[in-house]
Design a protein around this ligand. Structure first.
Ligand SMILES: C[S@@+](CC[C@H](N)C(=O)[O-])C[C@H]1O[C@@H](n2cnc3c(N)ncnc32)[C@H](O)[C@@H]1O
Length: 585
């Protein structure tokens, strides 16, 4: 394996092209003359949040500009010329789509120009009619709204679209694509995430594996949160009038402030679709009671009744409405209903594991993919037999017996993986900042027959974890850490302590492959915020504070595999699983 570069580290993405470089040099990458506001009228640009839609889009725009071989001078020259040519906001133009950004939007160009237009609902190879929406000149592109397809790409087949709101609602981007093609695009998203945000040389990133698809490609979403606005003209202060007619009830598209009225959402499960219809019916009767807007929770919940034989006819149980969605199997019947109370308890099954949650709190939204997904984690949470540590290393004779599930929520990984660890006398611990999720995690452990000595939970900020597992309570050589942080990824303090604890194996699950790539990059380099981190103090005789001594002994990881999972078919979203091993010897 190639050695790890010791560059000056930041938490910023790699900068593949000229725009950020020019900004650093105090130059403006784009000078569009008449389209630019004078400097004193311009708002100071905030740096986009790491891993945000904006940052990811910018990285792709920059990469496309770089691939066009636009050097700093050429940019300035082109732009002087383009200043005149750029279409006015509101005008309609034709563009050809060059590629898809990792945000799911198309990057397109007008014939004869290198200027980039960012267009939703686009497929590479499409010629589209679009409406210019905003010139983001500092970022080097123009945002445009999709109007119609002039000439479809070979990849596009609009007869695949199953939703009448597609291209109006912003929820889905890919309904016109074959599912295999969607999965290919999602693999590209993971590839680009590691290229743009890990700051690792390509030889340290293994080939990204194929994205695992969702068993259900429609009818999978177990949660929706449609909303409606306050009555028009109601001010914050003063008399509040109720709605005079049924307000639009649905979702707000990205480029609009108006709620789009949605009668149905085919990516949702049957129970949630029924919940949406029921809530629309209720709102049609009760809109006059509302003086404010509201968001309505629609969360599927399952009541499972075991069958004594495949042919047994199970009656609707007490407390379940007769029109609940009924799903028959040989061994049980699932009655599926839709909960709208945030504080009610929802119940989900993953194979034979049962999970309860406060309906309004986090739980994975696609139940159909959870059995293959948790099976994949089970197959990869322990090292493959061939991956034995280097002879003579501290861990050469040790088995991984302990699981630490950081950002555990209500215990998805702790509980579904626990048997692998309890069977070898080890233990599992989950930690999450949300007390309510931890209360439910404890309850879920008990519902799944796990004792506290097999599986325990702590409600705390993730870095506090190391107080519970440090000091010899868990031998790092015998421990795997599963990470599943929120979209912003792990914070530096957590990663620093993780490197100091130095578990033998890390399985990093993420709903944002861009922040995952950033964090994995730091673990592979053994550097957080530029500081090199040493091994645990007892092992290196007082080193471990970073700096030169730390560099000699620094803990770092090698990536075993990276793979995407498609939790959200028809959208550009992809979840990532990266498996890492501590580099010994
Ligand atoms: C993506 S969810 C994963 C939950 C769980 N692994 C699952 O799949 O159901 C992220 C979790 O991180 C938790 N969280 C957010 N910030 C945290 C922090 N600073 N420390 C610990 N947990 C945190 C949230 O409460 C949430 O449950």
């Amino acid at each position: 394996m190639a050695d790890v570069p010791s560059t000056t580290e930041t938490l910023k993405p790699s900068q593949p092209s000229g725009i950020n470089r020019q900004k650093q040099q105090g130059k403006r990458p784009f000078q569009h003359g008449s389209h630019r506001k004078p400097a004193k009228h311009r708002k100071k640009q905030k740096a986009p949040q790491e891993g945000s839609h904006e940052e990811v889009l910018l990285a792709d725009v920059q990469a496309l500009l770089a691939s066009q071989k636009i050097g700093d001078e050429a940019v300035a020259g082109t732009l002087e010329n383009e200043a005149v040519a750029l279409p006015d906001v509101g005008s309609e133009i034709e563009v050809e789509v060059v590629e898809l950004s990792s945000t799911g939007e198309g990057l397109a160009k007008q014939k004869g120009s290198d200027h980039i237009y960012v267009v939703p609902f686009a497929v590479p190879g499409d010629t589209l009619k679009v409406k210019v929406y905003r010139h983001n000149l500092d970022e080097g592109y123009t945002a445009a709204d999709f109007i119609s397809v002039v000439k479809p790409s070979e990849m596009r087949d609009d007869s695949r679209i199953q939703c009448p709101y597609f291209a109006k609602c912003s929820g889905c981007q890919f309904q016109m694509l074959d599912y295999a093609q969607q999965l290919k695009f999602k693999r590209d998203i993971v590839v680009k995430a590691y290229r743009n945000f890990s700051q690792l040389p390509p030889e340290l990133v293994p080939e990204i594996l194929d994205t695992i698809g969702s068993p259900l490609q429609y009818g999978y979403r177990t949660k929706l949160t449609p909303h409606f606005d306050a009555p028009p003209n109601n001010r914050r202060r003063g008399p509040q009038k109720p709605h005079e007619k049924m307000p639009p009830f649905g979702f707000t598209p990205k480029t609009s402030r108006q709620v789009l009225d949605i009668e149905d959402c085919p990516i949702a499960t049957d129970a949630v679709r029924k919940g949406l219809a029921d809530e629309r019916f209720r709102l049609a009767l009760e809109y006059g009671k509302y003086t404010k807007g509201a968001t309505i929770l629609l969360r599927e919940s399952t009541k499972r009744i075991p069958k004594s034989s495949p042919s047994e006819v199970v009656p609707v149980p007490r407390g379940i409405p007769p029109d609940a969605i009924r799903v028959e199997t040989d061994t049980h019947v699932d009655f599926k209903t839709c909960i709208t109370d945030n504080n009610a308890t929802s119940t989900e099954y993953i194979d034979s594991f049962v999970f309860t949650n406060p309906a309004g709190s986090f739980f994975q939204n696609n139940n159909s993919i959870l059995p293959p997904f948790t099976a994949y984690i089970r197959e990869h949470i322990l090292p493959p037999a061939s991956n034995t540590p280097a002879a003579g290393s501290a861990s050469s004779n040790k088995l991984i017996r302990n699981l630490i599930d950081a950002y555990s929520g209500s215990g998805l990984f702790t509980i579904t993986q626990s048997s692998l660890f309890s069977s070898s006398g080890g233990q599992s611990i989950g930690i999450d900042i949300a007390e309510q999720s931890i209360a439910y995690a404890r309850r879920n452990a008990s519902l799944n027959g796990l004792r506290e000595d097999q599986c325990r939970f702590v409600a705390a900020d993730a870095p506090e974890l190391f107080k519970s597992v440090g000091g010899g309570a868990y031998d790092p050589d015998e421990t795997v850490v599963v990470l599943d942080p929120p979209r912003k990824g792990c914070d530096a303090s957590f990663l620093r302590q993780l490197l100091q604890f130095a578990p033998r194996r890390v399985v990093y699950v993420s709903c944002n492959v861009h922040t995952q790539a950033r964090d994995v990059g730091m673990l592979v380099r053994g550097q957080i915020d530029g500081a090199l981190l040493g091994k645990r103090e007892e092992e290196v005789g007082g080193a471990g504070k970073g700096g030169e001594e730390g560099e000699k002994k620094r803990v770092r990881y090698a990536i075993e595999s990276i793979r995407g999972f498609d939790f959200f078919p028809q959208t550009a979203h992809v979840e990532g699983v990266a498996v890492l091993n501590r580099v010994d010897g």
